[in-house]
Design a protein around this ligand. Structure first.
Ligand SMILES: Cc1cc2nc3c(=O)[nH]c(=O)nc-3n(C[C@H](O)[C@H](O)[C@H](O)COP(=O)(O)O)c2cc1C
Length: 275
């Protein structure tokens, strides 16, 4: 997407004043990325090695200033990405590379709650789990003092027919509220109104993947800033449209101000209005 890859990504987050996550399979080493910007960054981890490998990764992240470890739990296998195959795209052959990440997928396929606890034992940083979709998992996570769950289906890139994340959010939010478990949410956020909908449905943090990547591809760090400026403007407009002057509303207060087209209660609501 950009010659300077994740370094430009971190610069863009810094310019935009946005909290960001650096991929554990970034082409450039996490230390170099951290040095390149003042952005507040989290370190995303794929469990691609044994316990010692994991310990070294999380301790490296902690010592160079990452603020949390985000363990991605939705990718025991690499999704079949036909477009990449057809285009002959192999990220290992592209661009500047200073990070070496030979993945051992057998480890990530054995990931379980014991593993998660071992990861926690290696760091004093908060641990976030990315890719949870079931309320029971949210409950277990809260018992293990996980800092937040990140509802995600990997942008739909891993598994056809994976659950749409907005539906997961609706299903999981009540459990998370009950156990005071913060929710990060992503998947298909393209507009400010999408951000507002996710917040109204219970997300505490809304994350974007492809949107800033498009900005990065078009105009590097400035492109990322433009994307977030646009998103913020759209969010303010959407809030104004539904009569919200601040984001400090209570979960459940305003859910009926925005509806999705497939919302079964929509027709009932229109019926009431028409009467
Ligand atoms: C090019 C690309 C690379 C990604 N790499 C990772 C990754 O290394 N680790 C990870 O947990 N998620 C990764 N994701 C998934 C994103 O973190 C995020 O869950 C997803 O993009 C959100 O959906 P959205 O793109 O519709 O906003 C990647 C997504 C894209 C588009």
């Amino acid at each position: 997407m950009h010659q300077e890859g994740d370094i430009e990504w971190a610069r863009g987050l810094d310019e935009a004043g946005i909290l960001g996550t650096i991929s554990g399979v970034a082409r450039i080493s996490p230390e170099e990325i951290m040095q390149a910007s003042q952005a507040t960054l989290l370190y995303q981890l794929y469990v691609y090695g044994d316990d010692t490998w994991v310990r070294d990764k999380v301790q490296m992240a902690e010592s160079c200033g990452y603020k949390a470890i985000v363990v991605t739990v939705d990718s025991p296998y690499y999704g079949q990405r036909e477009r990449d195959v057809l285009a002959g795209y192999d990220p290992r052959n592209v661009g500047w590379r200073t990070a070496v990440n030979p993945p051992d997928r057998r480890c990530i396929q054995r990931l379980d709650w014991d593993w998660i606890q071992r990861i926690q034992s290696h760091t004093s940083l908060p641990v976030v789990l990315k890719g949870l979709v079931h309320p029971e998992d949210a409950k277990t996570a809260s018992k293990l003092s996980i800092a937040a769950i990140w509802i995600s289906n990997h942008g739909g890139r891993q598994l056809d027919h994976s659950l749409p994340t907005l539906e997961v959010l609706e299903r999981i939010a009540p459990t998370c509220r009950k156990f005071s478990m913060p929710i990060v949410f992503d998947g298909g956020i393209r507009r400010g109104a999408d951000v507002l909908l996710a917040l109204l449905l219970g997300a505490d943090v809304v994350a974007v993947g492809r949107l800033p990547i498009f900005g990065l591809a078009v105009d590097g760090a400035s492109g990322i800033k433009t994307v977030f400026d646009n998103l913020e403007n759209e969010l303010r407009t959407a809030m104004g449209m539904v009569g919200l002057t601040s984001l400090s509303f209570k979960y459940n207060d305003f859910q009926d101000r925005l509806v999705r087209r497939d919302d079964p209660s929509l027709s009932t609501r229109w019926d009431k209005i028409e009467k």
